[in-house]
Design a binder for this molecule. Structure first.
Ligand code: PEP
Length: 264
C-alpha cells in the first residue's frame, strides 16, 4: 500500500510569532528546489498561528510556502461560548489550519484528557474538516506490566468510537510510547514496528483491511536525524511526530530527508 509519509513538528509551548518567522524563513530557504515525497506539518503554539498563516498563505507568502501544512496542538470539543481559554475548530480554520494534534500524552497526563474527551475533539475536528493527528501510546509501567496491547486497544477503540470510515481516512494515528517522548530514549525500530503493526491490525478489526492498509501511522518519541532512516524503513511506520528535534530547521529537515526517499 502506498502511503505518503507525514512529518509533523510539534513545537509544544515553544516559539512565539518572531521565532516562528525565523524558523519558517530558514526552513523554506533550505528546502528550496527540493521535492520531498512526504507531507510536512508545523504545529506551533496557537499564538503563532496567525504569523504562520501569514507566511504561508498570503499574497506575499515566501517561496516554497506550499510545501508546509499548518497544524494546531489541540482544539476545543465545543463550538463557541463560555469556555475560557479554549480555541474552537472554526477559529483554527480561519488560520488555514489543516491538521490538529489530539490526545498527546502531555494533554492526557498533565491536563486530564480522557479517551472520551479526545473522541469528542476528534469528532469536532472532523466536523470542521480538520485532519486529526490522533496520539496514542503506553507508559513504561504499562509496557513492563505486559499491558501494551490492552492500552493501545482501549485508546484506539474509545478514541475512534463512532468515527466513520470516511473520517478515519482523514485521520493520522501517531504511536508515541510515553517513555520515549522528550527523554532521548527511542523505541527500537523493532519495538516501534511491532506496535505499529498491532495498531494497524486493530484498525483492520474495526474498519476492515482496506482502511487499515490506507491509514498513516506516525512514530513519535525522540526521533532525530540519526535514527529517522531506520525507523522510517519499517513497513508500518509512515512518518514521524517530532518534538525537540523539530525546533531547529536543519534538524527537522534532516529528519525528513533521512526518513524519505527524495522525489526528483
Ligand atoms: C512529541 O512531543 O510528540 C514528541 C515526540 O517529542 P520528542 O520528539 O521531543 O520526543
Amino acid at each position: 500500500m502506498n502511503r505518503k509519509p507525514i512529518f509533523a513538528a510539534n513545537w509544544k509551548m515553544n516559539k512565539g510569532a518572531v521565532e516562528t518567522e525565523d524558523f519558517v524563513k530558514s526552513f523554506l530557504s533550505k528546502i528550496q528546489g527540493q521535492n520531498f515525497a512526504a507531507e510536512i506539518v508545523i504545529a506551533p503554539p496557537f499564538i503563532a498561528l496567525p504569523k504562520l498563516a501569514d507566511l504561508l498563505h498570503t499574497a506575499t507568502a515566501v517561496q516554497n510556502a506550499h510545501a508546509i501544512q499548518i497544524g494546531a496542538q489541540n482544539c476545543s470539543e465545543y463550538d463557541s461560548g463560555a469556555y475560557t481559554g479554549e480555541i474552537s475548530v472554526l477559529m483554527l480554520r480561519e488560520f488555514f489550519v489543516h491538521y490538529v494534534i489530539l490526545g498527546h500524552s502531555e494533554r492526557r497526563s498533565i491536563f486530564g484528557e480522557t479517551d472520551a474527551s479526545i473522541n469528542a475533539k476528534l469528532k469536532k475536528a472532523r466536523e470542521a474538516n480538520l485532519k486529526p493527528i490522533f496520539c496514542i501510546g503506553e507508559t513504561l509501567a504499562e509496557r513492563e506490566g505486559g499491558k501494551l496491547e490492552s492500552v493501545l486497544r482501549t485508546q484506539v477503540t474509545e478514541g475512534l468510537k463512532d468515527i466513520s470510515e470516511k473520517d478515519l481516512a482523514e485521520t493520522v494515528i501517531a504511536y508515541e510510547p510515553v517513555w520515549a517522548i522528550g527523554t532521548g530514549v527511542t523505541a527500537t525500530s523493532q519495538q516501534a514496528q511491532d506496535a505499529h503493526a498491532f495498531v494497524r491490525s486493530l484498525i483492520a478489526e474495526l474498519y476492515g483491511a482496506d482502511a487499515a492498509g490506507k491509514i498513516r501511522i506516525q512514530y513519535g518519541g525522540s526521533v532525530k536525524p540519526g535514527n529517522a532512516a531506520e525507523l522510517m524503513a519499517c513497513p508500518d511506520i509512515d512518518g514521524a511526530l517530532i518534538g525537540g528535534a523539530a525546533l531547529e530547521p536543519q534538524s527537522f529537515l534532516d529528519i525528513i530527508r533521512n526518513g524519505t526517499v527524495q522525489a526528483q
